[in-house]
Every structure is written in C-alpha cells, then in structure tokens.
Design a protein around this ligand. Structure first.
Ligand SMILES: *[C@@H]1O[C@H](CO)[C@@H](O)[C@H](O)[C@H]1NC(C)=O
Ligand SMILES: *[C@@H]1O[C@H](CO)[C@@H](O)[C@H](O)[C@H]1NC(C)=O
Ligand SMILES: *[C@@H]1O[C@H](CO)[C@@H](O)[C@H](O)[C@H]1NC(C)=O
Ligand SMILES: *[C@@H]1O[C@H](CO)[C@@H](O)[C@H](O)[C@H]1NC(C)=O
Ligand SMILES: *[C@@H]1O[C@H](CO)[C@@H](O)[C@H](O)[C@H]1NC(C)=O
Ligand SMILES: *[C@@H]1O[C@H](CO)[C@@H](O)[C@H](O)[C@H]1NC(C)=O
Length: 436
C-alpha cells in the first residue's frame, strides 16, 4: 500500500467519524416545535362552506365503486334522492366523484372515493380538512361474508363441520367503526398452503396483524364515543318498523334474483357436510350485525376459499377483542370483507389525533354481496374440497341487492332524522325505484 493510499484511508476514517458526530448532534439537537404555525394552511370557513355548499354541518356518505366493478354504482340510490345536486369538477378534489345536496331535508356530501384504501384515505382526508363542517361520516358499500357465524368447517383442530349457526343471507348489513387489514401476514407459500388441496386446513403464519414493525398499522380498533353513537343511531334505525316496511319492499327482488342461488347453496352445504340446515324462512329484511359482532376485514387480495375465510374470522375476532376486551374466537364471528375501511380509518384516526380540531365520528355500513367460499364437500374422512356443483355467483344481481339493502338503511336513517326535525311526510319519504 502506498503512502497516498494510507492517507486516503485515514481521511475516510476521519470523515466517517465527523459524520457520526454530526448525526449524533442532529438527533440531540432536535427540539419539539409547537404551535398553530406548523399546521398546513387549512381552508377557511367560507371555503369549507363552498366546498360542502352548506353553512350548516353536513353528513358525509362515501362509497367506493361507481359501478365499474359490479355494474351498479354503490351511490346510485342515494344520489337518486339527492336534491339540489351539484357535482364538484374532478380537478378540484381527490375523490372520484364529489356531490353536494340535500338528502331528505339534510345537507350532505355524497362522495365516490374510488376503490381501495388509498383512494378512500385521500377522499376522507379531503373531507377532514373541513372537519368543523362535518356532522358525521358514513362509509357504505358491499362486502363478502362468511356463509355462517364461525364458518362452515372447524379448523384448526378436528376437521369437522361446525354445525348449524346463524346463516348469512345476501343483503345482510354490518354496522361497525372497526377495521383490520387481512394482508398483514408473514408466511411462506408452503406454510400458508400446507394441506392443499384439503380446504379444511388452517393456514400457518409466522407473524400476524399485531406486528406493526413489519406492516405498519393493521388493526383499527379504537373508536370515539361519537362513532359508537353514530353506529348506535344506525342500528336503532334498523330496528324500527319503518325500516322493516322499507326493507320488505325488496322481498320480490330477493325472490326473483337470489332465492334459487341461496336454496341451492344451502342444499349443497347440507349434502357436503351431512349437517341438516333448517330451511330459511321467507326473506323479509336483512339481519343486522353490530360492532360487537363485526369489524370490516380488508384486503386487496380478492379472496375466496374456506382457509382464507378462517384467517379473516381470526383477525376479526382479534380486532373485536382489542376493541372491547372480549374473548371471541374465529368460531364466534362472521367475516365482512371489503377494501376501504382501513384507508378511511387511517385518514380519520390520524385527523382525530390532531389537537384543536373537531373530531369526525365515522362508521362503516357493509352489505353482504357474496359468500366467501363455496359449499364444502367431504370426499373422504377429514378431506374436504369445494363442491364442484356450487351454484355460480351472479355479481350483478348480488351486489345490486346489497346496494339496495344498505341504501335502504341509509335512507331510513335520514328519513328518521328528517321526521324528528318536524318535516313533512313528503319531504322525508322515499321509495327505491323498481329495478328491471
Ligand atoms: C457536536 O456536538 C459537540 C458537543 O456535543 C460539539 O463539540 C461539536 O462542535 C458539535 N459539532 C457540530 C458539527 O455541530
Ligand atoms: C333443494 O333440495 C330440495 C330437497 O332436498 C329440493 O326439493 C330442491 O329442488 C332443491 N333446490 C335447489 C335450488 O337445489
Ligand atoms: C317471496 O317468497 C316467499 C317464500 O320464500 C313468499 O312467502 C313471499 O310471498 C314471496 N314474496 C314475493 C313478494 O314474491
Ligand atoms: C362492549 O361489550 C359490551 C358487553 O358485550 C357491550 O354491551 C358494549 O356495547 C360493547 N361496547 C363496544 C364499544 O363495543
Ligand atoms: C378484560 O377482561 C378480563 C376477563 O376476560 C378482565 O380480567 C379484565 O379486567 C378486563 N379488562 C378491562 C380493562 O375491562
Ligand atoms: C388466531 O389463530 C391463532 C393461530 O394462528 C391462534 O393462536 C389464536 O388464538 C387465534 N385467535 C383468535 C381470536 O381466534
């Protein structure tokens, strides 16, 4: 080594020492900056009034799909009853579509965020900039459901049928402020799919959604008192005779578009499991799940299959347990699988953690548009497959029906608020249009 090279090494050593020193100084020199000045400029009240076309606080109704996926916009019925409807130009906001107007006497924003948690978070943040003008926030949409509470098969443990538990019917509705990310799992292909092709195999994971160091936040199990109050108001609306009457109007559509599918699904589940499921009564309205029974389990992996549903129910139980110190297991819950809740929660929880700004109460309303797995069939003791005779799902009619039931709940909720404010029956009434 030449003298020059030695000198070079010495310089490098000195430089890294100085850099180390600087870094140390940087970390010790940081002080906490406080005060209003560091917040980004917020829209002033007059701008928020213009954004929402209202000087009174508005309710936000947000959905994901404009109809691109299922053929029916998740906002179609709500927009249909929106008076003084104005659409904001696309270049003024990050939502896919943004409307203002009056819904059964109430000033509202109806926004289509676009599909996925990122789109939902961006659109929610845009709304949150004007938090002082937001009365409350409801994210409503469609979702895949476990076919029954606790699923059709037991795993881990013995691969036996779960037996009869409350069955899901398309159009059922979950009202919950909680969400969890189904994607948060560390597992190799062989771990995840051990047991393939036996569908009664619980996927193995090394790290699940509690491991923030790997995935960031996966579980959104906190709520404000206002969020549970909002969920409670929706749940109370669902228990009224008015909702029962409004929902019953959908019976003919259920019979026409979903009854055969449902009958055939449960016929095959009975045959495949050997469990006698009692015939379901005539459909008269959706079953309502509350926030002790459901959290939204989100994924961009559009899953279908018994093992994935097992994981979804496990994460759901975990989230509900964290939310309310309960001791549920995956056999006690129904998975309600969608995509946007975690984005909305990330945006609004982070907004709600800011000091000196009004908090936004929010909740999710999710209608059952499809079942998360085919009827299982035992081919030899302990060995299960998807029944190849499973009836084909029809997303067009199934999603549309879930949009009808959830829209009926949202509209009934505003109808009740409208009546409570002393408005006329004409102002508060609505009838969903007949569908082809
Ligand atoms: C780093 O901090 C030490 C004392 O803690 C000081 O002597 C030194 O000058 C500082 N270096 C720089 C680059 O600020
Ligand atoms: C369901 O099973 C019953 C008898 O077990 C049968 O009469 C009926 O046709 C089946 N329906 C469908 C849609 O598979
Ligand atoms: C729907 O089907 C049920 C039987 O499942 C029947 O009792 C009811 O009258 C039907 N309703 C309509 C409107 O067709
Ligand atoms: C917590 O659990 C109790 C008992 O089941 C229930 O009454 C209450 O509504 C739950 N609260 C929340 C916020 O989940
Ligand atoms: C949570 O529940 C356990 C029993 O399951 C009880 O021992 C504990 O006190 C509860 N914690 C809170 C904060 O309620
Ligand atoms: C979830 O599954 C794990 C095994 O992967 C199990 O240890 C845990 O008890 C389950 N949690 C719930 C809430 O079912």
């Amino acid at each position: 080594m030449t003298l020059l090279a030695h000198l070079g090494l010495l310089l490098v050593a000195l430089a890294s020492q100085v850099q180390g020193q600087d870094l140390l100084n940087l970390t010790t020199a940081v002080q906490t900056v406080t005060g209003e000045a560091i917040y980004l400029p917020k829209p002033i009240p007059v701008q928020c009034a213009a954004r929402f076309q209202s000087t009174k606080p508005i309710s936000v109704i947000m959905v994901a799909d404009d109809g691109t996926f299922s053929g029916t916009s998740e906002a179609v019925f709500i927009l249909g009853f929106l008076q003084n409807k104005l659409q904001a130009p696309a270049e003024t906001n990050p939502c896919q579509q943004f409307y203002t107007g009056t819904l059964l006497g109430h000033p509202v924003v109806v926004a289509i965020s676009g599909i996925g948690p990122e789109a939902a978070a961006l659109c929610s943040s845009f709304v949150a900039e004007c938090a002082s003008n937001v009365k409350d926030f409801i994210y409503v949409g469609t979702s895949g459901y476990s076919s029954q509470v606790g699923g059709a098969l037991n795993a881990p443990g013995s691969c036996v049928p779960h037996g009869v538990t409350t069955q899901t019917r398309l159009g059922d509705i979950a009202v919950t402020p909680y969400s969890v990310n189904w994607q948060c799992k560390l597992a190799s292909w062989t771990e995840q799919c051990t047991g393939f092709p036996n569908i009664c195999t619980y996927p193995t994971e090394e790290a699940g959604p509690l491991v923030r160091s790997l995935y960031g936040q996966c579980i959104f199990s906190t709520k404000t008192a206002a969020s549970t109050a909002l969920a409670d108001e929706l749940l109370a609306a669902a228990k009224t005779p008015l909702f029962a009457a409004n929902a019953l109007k959908l019976q003919a559509d259920f019979n026409k578009t979903l009854l055969d599918y449902e009958t055939s699904y449960w016929n095959l589940t009975s045959i495949g499991t050997g469990v006698t499921y009692p015939p379901l009564p005539a459909w008269t309205g959706p079953r309502i799940l509350d926030y002790t029974q459901a959290a939204e389990i989100d994924g961009q992996f559009f899953f279908s299959g018994t093992p994935w549903d097992m994981v979804a129910r496990n994460y759901t139980a975990l989230t509900l347990n964290l939310a309310n110190n309960s001791t549920l297991t995956q056999y006690d819950v129904t998975a309600v699988n969608a995509e946007e809740g975690i984005g909305v929660s990330a945006a609004l929880d982070s907004h709600n953690s800011l000091t000196a700004l009004p908090k936004i109460s929010y909740t999710f309303v999710r209608g059952a548009s499809d079942l998360l797995y085919a009827p299982p069939l035992q081919v030899s003791p302990g060995n299960w497959i998807d029944n190849p005779a499973a009836p084909a799902a029809n997303f067009d009619t199934q999603y549309r029906f879930a949009i009808q039931t959830t829209s009926t709940l949202i509209l009934t909720f505003f109808q009740l608020r409208c009546q409570a404010a002393g408005n006329s029956a004409a102002t508060c009434g609505f009838t969903l249009p007949e569908l082809p």
